[in-house]
Design a protein around this ligand. Structure first.
Ligand SMILES: [Zn+2]
Ligand SMILES: [Zn+2]
Length: 282
């Protein structure tokens, strides 16, 4: 499938996030089509499935993860040696790039495979991805817990392991794996920030200047860049932390190739559940 999307493709197959009053001039036929957004039947059904239990799980994971981050950061500062600064910067940079790759991999997997009907997992972890395609600005109405809970949860086992090692290893052993821990720490920080960066990329009004500045410099996911993912059928630009890897992955057609392999092995059609939700009208 051709991947280069023109301005018209983007306008006709996505939601006008930057124009909530629909002032953008579009053709008559397009105007009469049902639009995505909070009024979409599928979006309403998916939003109603965010449960109290899920919220409790998110809060527990957030608190745990933040506590572990503070503890590990203090340990990293304590064991830091200035002569090692270059290696620390390189490992931290690799951690950020790896976080961007994982954001793409998890996003692609959840968008492309599985259904909301899967026991427990479907409602808890696939539902938000389906909701996000048919009501992309819902994320801007989610609070900090709903936006970031799942990402912070994913970091807990790794941060806990790191804390355990800081508590049990000798100073010499800690030095031996210090650079690796810097990599893991930055990876965890950027994994946990991913959906916040993603939320900012959908926020067209009222962002502080330093966030739009980071977006304009493409240090975090820019709005125009992420807009390309939000064009039906949502089959490209999956990386949502910094978005840096979207360019090389696109160049080697990484996602379509991976999908072809999985489809030939399992017989499942990519994005069939996503398409089903997009078409829901009652
Ligand atoms: Zn998506
Ligand atoms: Zn998005």
């Amino acid at each position: 499938m051709g991947v280069k999307k023109t301005e018209t493709d983007i306008l006709q197959n996505s939601m006008l996030e930057d124009d909530p009053n629909s002032n953008t001039q579009l053709t008559e036929g397009f105007q009469s089509k049902p639009r995505w957004g909070p009024q979409h039947a599928g979006a309403k059904e998916l939003a109603s499935q965010y449960t109290f239990g899920k919220r409790v799980q998110e809060i527990i994971c957030l608190v745990l993860s933040l506590g572990l981050m503070v503890f590990n950061f203090i340990q990293l500062c304590w064991h830091f040696s200035p002569s090692n600064i270059l290696a620390v910067i390189i490992c931290a940079g690799l951690g950020i790039v790896t976080a961007d790759f994982f954001s793409g991999l998890v996003h692609w997997a959840a968008d492309t495979w599985g259904t909301v009907e899967l026991p427990i997992f479907g409602k808890a972890f696939i539902r938000p991805f389906r909701e996000h395609h048919i009501d992309p600005t819902a994320i801007t109405r989610h609070d900090f817990v709903e936006t970031n809970g799942d990402n912070f949860a994913a970091t807990v086992p790794f941060l806990a392991n790191m804390a355990y090692r800081f508590m049990t290893l000798s100073p010499a052993q800690i030095q031996a794996e210090y650079n690796w821990q810097c990599f893991v720490f930055l990876l965890c920080i950027f994994v946990s920030l991913t959906n916040q960066c993603h939320k900012w990329s959908h926020t067209y009004f009222g962002l502080p200047w330093y966030i739009t500045g980071l977006q304009d410099l493409h240090i975090i996911l820019p709005r125009k860049h992420h807009r390309i993912h939000h064009v039906a059928p949502h089959e490209t630009y999956y990386c949502i932390t910094t978005g840096w890897l979207n360019y090389p992955l696109e160049a080697i057609r990484f996602w379509p190739r991976l999908e072809a392999v999985i489809e030939s092995l399992t017989g499942s059609k990519p994005r069939s559940d996503d398409l089903m939700w997009a078409k829901k009208s009652s």
